[in-house]
Design a protein. Sequence first.
Length: 320
Amino acid sequence: MLISLVVPCYNEEESLPLFYREVDRVAAEMKESHGADFEFIFVDDGSRDRTLEEARALHQRDARVRFVSFSRNFGKEAGIYAGLKAARGDYVAMLDADLQDPPGLLPRMLDELLSGEYDCAATRRTTRQGEPPIRSFFARLFYKIINKMSDTEIVDGARDYRLMSRKMVDAVLALGEYNRFSKGIFSWVGFRTKWFEYVNVERVAGTTKWNFWKLFLYSIEGIVGFTTAPLALAALIGLLFCLCAFVGIVFIVVRALLFGDPTAGWPSTICILLLCSGVQLFCTGVVGEYLAKTYLEVKRRPIYIAKTTSEEEDDKNRPQ
């Protein structure tokens, strides 16, 4: 039984040695208790520090370590996809290098999958301790909005940290879309999932790469990728304003016929024009967001470009 650990990395040179030490310990325990072999796949997402050098050093020291290095920063979603594509295991786990995803949960997660009842063991945080309050508020709001709009349920506090069967991994890889939102994809492909809850854990080293603006854009990606409700909402708002305008026109005509037009009403007219223009721009922006995603999809650009991999470097260094 081979278990692949997929680890997307961006500027994680400080975390990598600590992470490897912990997963190596867990792998040794699971080798003894479950007879499981491991491979560790580090996906360097165009890091600007020594992340690739750290992964390369670990590979030279431990044959179980493999790496894929991107030609530039393609984002975490591309890193997840590349790691899943490179994974050869019967079971594949994804977790972050900062140890916010506790590797110690892996034995329990594997037990659930070996029971045959589940194809995926996933994790969710029960608290957001350590996060700024405003960020926590908008995160919870995002989950409420997307679950109201979409048929695909996304669990509040869900992490990318999960252990999946080979069948589920193949199903995820079959979705080769360019604009990826993994939390939604994992839910969309189905398969029965066992959830493990844990209290939020602080990073062991380094700083988070996710600021509020990046998380906001990521949430838009999720909403646009898994529901067309905003398009229906834009159409509904447009219809509502058309009805209001029609009622307003009737009222103005009737008032003018009965009482004349005592006031010019420039301020109210300007306010109405600005409001209607704002709604039109909002609706156009919603349509444009979907059009932009379609535009990127039809280009058929690769999700990532690998600059080098551990296998390529081994081949170069092997004596002819």
